[in-house]
Design a protein around this ligand. Structure first.
Ligand code: ADP
Length: 261
């Protein structure tokens, strides 16, 4: 008889006393204590080189901390398929269709071709690009390629999505749309987000919490919490509450720049 382990609900990702140092001696992060809560939209801002990408690598389980511990729920490693990662470069396979790219994580896990492609088609439909399922990446716009990358990150039903400046290379309108779609998706897929961006506007729009990192070695020097139900829609971009958010994040970031090692 095959005993199936019931999938436990995501109870959070916790970093305790985490430091990260690269083999060449570069100290990227120091003394990090942080919990990503279920359903949270955590945005990380900080100067270049503060260790934001390193933090995402640690959270994805792609790199071990030099000291301290990381727990995915009660586990010492993430469950396969429980974390999706989206980079600025969508990293799609150029010879595979959008459908083939999105189906890939399922195929790698041994899901039969037909079931994987059906799930991939559903994922593309949810991202509004089902009509382009058979196009290869070169035939798609930058925004569409990013939607394919998002559908691929979601296909395994992750608890947590990690974003490393995903929309930085896109035009402003496309970026706005993707921000809105991402918020809708986070609500319906019940997935937690950790999002790295250099855009104060983007951080203010997406975050239920913002963490501000100091210059390298990155330490958490500020945290701002916002009502998770906001934004209720795109009109939030012109609301006074949004202006106040951007001002608060901007001030915190400027203060953080002055925090030397
Ligand atoms: P950020 O994403 O905030 O710009 P990173 O996490 O990319 O910062 O990098 C933090 C620091 O670690 C930087 O000084 C960077 O040069 C260094 N670094 C990043 N990756 C490596 C690596 N593979 N080997 C050595 N140093 C690295």
């Amino acid at each position: 008889m095959v005993t199936q382990t019931p999938e436990l609900p995501f109870t959070g990702l916790t970093l305790s006393g985490v430091a990260a140092r690269y083999a060449n001696g570069t100290e990227a992060l120091r003394d990090l204590d942080l919990t990503v809560m279920p359903g949270e939209r955590l945005v990380v801002v900080g100067p270049s080189g503060a260790g934001k990408s390193t933090l995402l690598r640690l959270m994805a389980g792609l790199m071990a901390p030099t000291s301290g511990t990381i727990r995915w729920g009660n586990a010492t490693a993430p469950r396969p398929g429980s974390i999706g990662v989206v980079f600025q470069d969508p990293t799609l396979l150029p010879w595979r269709s959008a459908l083939g790219n999105v189906a890939l994580p399922l195929r790698v896990r041994g899901v039969p071709q037909r079931a994987a492609r059906e799930a991939a088609y559903e994922g593309l439909r949810a991202m509004g690009i089902a009509d382009f399922a058979h196009a290869v990446p070169a035939e798609l716009s930058g925004g569409m390629r990013m939607r394919v990358a998002l559908a691929r990150a979601l296909i395994t039903g992750p608890d947590l999505l990690l974003f490393d400046e995903p929309f930085a290379a896109l035009d402003e309108i496309t970026r706005f749309r993707l921000n809105d779609d991402l918020l809708a998706l986070a609500a319906t897929a019940r997935v937690s987000l950790v999002f790295v961006t250099h855009s104060i506007f983007e951080s203010a729009y997406l975050a239920s919490r913002v963490l501000v990192l100091s210059p390298r070695p990155g330490r958490i020097v500020d945290g701002l919490e916002f009502p998770p139900q906001d934004p209720a829609g795109p009109s939030f971009r012109t609301a006074e509450a949004f202006r106040l958010r951007t001002a608060a994040i901007s001030t915190a970031l400027t203060r953080a720049m002055g925090e030397g090692p």
